[in-house]
Design a protein around this ligand. Structure first.
Ligand SMILES: O=C(O)c1cc(C(=O)O)c2c(n1)C(=O)C(=O)c1cc(C(=O)O)[nH]c1-2
Length: 248
């Protein structure tokens, strides 16, 4: 006969597990001082440009991260759904027409804030801390079991609000940004909701023991740190008194 598990080793219910993942919202980069300033209209154009150019490094890495997850995933049903994420970001030309994809749409945001294509695509404004943070995310996806890598994408639970804040605030805070550049944020809201539905399904199936549930919470914490570190590096690179010749 096996001994009964102590109560604290029993798995949380699905609802409690999901609530514990969602409780990590308090560590989301929506609360980072740089994001607070960005979304309250406090930033100068060069600081907004710095953020857009640095975040582009994250955008361009997302499909590589998603391809790493696919490469590690032996489950065909999961791959069929996951493949859409690659196309969401890279775009596609097929019988259904042309979809420029998220990377191209982010590039349009770059143009709208006054960056050249070269500014974005050469990554010349990308800060070392941004590179390290984003590369850590991609490397985690290469190394971890696919279920764990999928759990790390669940910061997207909190993303619709940050996109909606930008859509609501930027037109009045930053009238100098061409409104056509905000399409990326609009496009991500329904996609993030779809992605989260799938990600949560995977997380709930994975978390069949208390230890695995706790690991899932720690993995989501790691990803929150990636996003937080990215903004730390951007914040530090573009102080209000940055010399004009160093401004993007
Ligand atoms: O603008 C944001 O604050 C933000 C955050 C996140 C996120 O929370 O990971 C993503 C995105 N945007 C995003 O646009 C996006 O495509 C995306 C994909 C993923 C992911 O981990 O697979 N996160 C995010």
């Amino acid at each position: 006969m096996t001994a009964a598990l102590p109560h604290d080793a029993l798995p949380w219910s699905a609802a409690e597990f999901e609530a514990r993942l969602r409780a990590l919202e308090s560590r989301y980069h929506i609360h980072h001082p740089f994001n607070r300033r960005l979304n309250s209209g406090a930033l100068a154009p060069f600081q907004v440009r710095g953020w857009v150019a640095n975040r582009f490094y994250y955008q361009h890495a997302i499909p590589m991260k998603d391809a790493a997850i696919m490469a590690n995933c032996e489950d065909r049903a999961t791959r069929r759904r996951w493949a859409l994420r690659l196309l969401d970001h890279d775009g596609r030309d097929d019988f259904a027409g042309v979809n420029a994809g998220g990377i191209e749409t982010w590039s349009a945001l770059g143009t709208a804030v006054g960056l050249s294509r070269e500014d974005l695509w050469t990554f010349r404004h990308v800060q070392p801390g941004v590179r390290f943070a984003v590369d850590a995310y991609v490397n985690f996806a290469r190394r971890a079991p696919w279920q764990e890598a999928i759990i790390s994408s669940l910061t997207e639970m909190f993303a619709p609000k940050i996109h909606a804040d930008r859509l609501a605030g930027w037109p009045s805070h930053y009238p100098w940004i061409d409104a056509s550049g905000l399409g990326y944020f609009r496009s991500r809201i329904p996609l993030a909701q779809r992605d989260v539905e799938h990600g949560l399904e995977v997380a709930l199936a994975y978390g069949d023991t208390r230890a695995k549930q706790q690991r899932a919470v720690a993995i989501l914490g790691f990803k929150l740190d990636v996003l937080w570190s990215l903004l730390d590096a951007v914040d530090r690179a573009y102080p209000d008194d940055l010399a004009p010749e160093l401004r993007p």
